[in-house]
Write a protein that binds this ligand. Sequence first.
Ligand code: GLN
Length: 321
Amino acid sequence: SQPSGCLQMNSLDEWVAYCRSFAAEGKCADYIPALANTNPSELGVCIIRPDGTVIKSGDWNAFFTLQSISKVFSFMAACIGRGISYVLERVDVEPTGDPFNSIIRLEMHKPGKPFNPMINAGAITVSSLLPGESPQDKLDFLLKLLENMLGKRPAINEEVFRSEWKTAHRNRALAYYLKETGYLELEVEDALEVYLKQCSIQVNSEDIAMIGLILAHDGCHPIRKEQLIPKEVARLTKSLMLTCGMYNSSGKFAAFVGIPAKSGVSGGIMALVPPRNRNEVPFQDGCGIGIYGPAIDEYGNSLAGVMLLRHMAEKWDLSIF
Ligand code: GLN
């Protein structure tokens, strides 16, 4: 279902209202029991420009857990703490075309190195590589990075964590396999604790828009003028968002939206528009975009959120290609 009817609309509020009307075609993730009761018709967006201007619409202020969006942050934190080459010896940077929680390629391609840090196998590996001895040390390193970028330390939603902890059978299977092949640097339960807690970090769309903006500017906070992420880490991360960030619909997203983005099954999407040297395009200096719409599609991406991003990209000529 294409948002063709909304091509005439000219305000973000109208686009949000239009896309929200399609949310019922999706469904809130229920394999994590605590997410099942979310209101599926919520949809919000926050856009932050490098001069600090903030544009908000809909349920932009709703809190949600990062879920897979956290994979971007743990990857950056591991690269900062352990070095890019150390991390890339243990996780590749190739898209799979398989669902995010797929186990199949781990055994198909010896020696079982996870394909990329945006699928669960790669992300659980990366969580175990974070600097620090204990799960808490590793989580603290990640939270510190987020605190540097956001100016506040985000909370962990314990209810969501406990709910997934009890039902994370497939993630446990992945972690046991990775332990056997030597990729995990922690014991299985400890690696899962770091991974599932990072997934349960709570944010709103403004928080992820801010981090998107920093990534758009190659790791530099454009308002504070501070380099918070090394440029090479930021670039590598954006390439992974573009090729693997929307699970097994990353190709379609690159083709029809054309910007780096990362989604999570709770319905968040962090996206960014790098500065472009084309004259007279909207958001020429780049921006960070945070979206929340908990009803997800068959791939696990916010259904209304992807629709909204596609519309914004068409109307505002956001594609990087
Ligand atoms: N915590 C979720 C899981 O491991 C994250 C997955 C996601 O957002 N795609 O299944």
